[in-house]
Design a protein around this ligand. Structure first.
Ligand SMILES: Nc1ncnc2c1ncn2[C@@H]1O[C@H](COP(=O)(O)OP(=O)(O)OP(=O)(O)O)[C@@H](O)[C@H]1O
Length: 229
C-alpha cells in the first residue's frame, strides 16, 4: 500500500499541498483528481522522491521512502523523457539495461498491441503515439506499483480506447495503480477509488462502487458537486 499521511509541499513560500492524506492499495486503481495546478503531479513527484517533502510522511508497504523501494514502483511522467533522436528500439534497449524489473516479452507484446515501429525516432512520433510509447515504458516494468501522470492528456478517442484496454488486462491485475487526471471521461468505469483534491487538500476520497451503490452517484456527479462544474 502507498500511504500518504499529512503531506505538505511549499514552493517559493506558497503552500501547494497542505495536509494531504490518502492510500493507494495493490490490486486497485486509485485516481487523483483535481483541476490544473491542484498539485497532482507534485504528489507523484513526492512519492518518487523527485522533490523534497515540506512535511508529513509517505510509506510504501509500511516502509519509509528509501532508494531500494523504488524498485517496486514504475513512474510514467506526463511526457516522454527519452532523447528525440533515439529510435524506439534504442529506448527499449536502454530500459532493459537500466531497469532490473524490465520485462522484454511484455514490451514486445505492447509494441505490437500499440502498433509501434522499432525504427521510428522519438522526435518524429505524433502526440498519441508518443503517449502510447511513454505508457509502454511503465507498463513493461514488473513493478508492484505504477504511477501515471495524466496518461490520457491530448490523446484521441481511439488511442484512449487502446490504452483503456491495457488497464483492464491481466497486466494490471495485482498492481497498485495511482494515476492523475483533471477529467475522468471514459476512465470512470476503471477507477476503484477517487481522491478529489481542492485547495491543497483532499476534499473527498471514496470507493466508486460504494458511492454508486449507496448514494447512486457517479464520479462525475461527485466532481460536479466538489468543483461546481
Ligand atoms: N518546481 C516548481 N516551482 C514552483 N512552483 C511549482 C513547481 N512545480 C509546481 N509548482 C506549482 O505547484 C502547483 C501545483 O502544480 P502541479 O504540477 O503539481 O499541479 P497539477 O495538479 O499536476 O496540474 P496540471 O493538471 O496542470 O498538471 C502549481 O501552482 C504549480 O505552478
Amino acid at each position: 500500500m502507498i500511504e500518504v499521511t499529512g503531506i505538505r509541499k511549499r514552493y517559493r513560500g506558497r503552500d501547494v499541498l497542505n495536509d494531504v492524506s490518502f492510500t493507494a492499495e495493490k490490486g486497485e486503481l486509485t485516481c487523483l483528481i483535481g483541476v490544473n495546478g491542484a498539485g497532482k503531479s507534485t504528489i507523484l513527484k513526492l512519492i518518487m522522491g523527485l522533490t523534497p517533502l515540506t512535511g508529513g510522511t509517505i510509506r510504501i508497504d509500511g516502509q519509509a521512502l528509501e532508494p531500494k523501494l523504488y524498485e517496486k514502483i514504475a513512474f510514467v511522467p506526463d511526457h516522454l523523457t527519452m532523447p528525440s533522436g533515439m529510435r524506439l528500439s534504442e529506448a527499449l534497449r536502454f530500459m532493459a539495461d537500466f531497469y532490473e524489473s524490465w520485462n522484454e516479452k511484455r514490451a514486445d507484446e505492447l509494441m505490437r498491441f500499440f502498433q509501434l515501429e522499432h525504427s521510428a525516432r522519438i522526435g518524429s512520433l505524433s502526440k498519441g503515439i508518443a503517449a502510447k510509447f511513454n505508457l509502454l515504458l511503465g507498463f513493461a516494468q514488473d513493478s508492484d506499483y505504477l504511477l501515471l501522470d495524466e496518461p490520457f492528456s491530448g490523446i484521441d478517442l481511439f488511442s484512449r480506447e487502446a490504452i483503456t484496454e491495457v488497464f483492464t488486462s491481466d497486466l494490471m491485475e495485482h498492481r497498485g495503480v495511482l494515476l492523475t487526471t483533471h477529467e475522468i471521461g471514459e476512465m470512470e468505469h476503471l477507477v476503484d477509488k477517487a481522491v478529489l483534491l481542492k485547495g491543497g487538500k483532499v476534499s473527498l476520497s471514496f470507493h466508486c462502487e460504494e458511492m454508486r451503490s449507496e448514494k447512486g452517484k457517479s464520479v462525475i456527479d461527485v466532481m460536479r458537486e466538489v468543483y461546481g462544474a
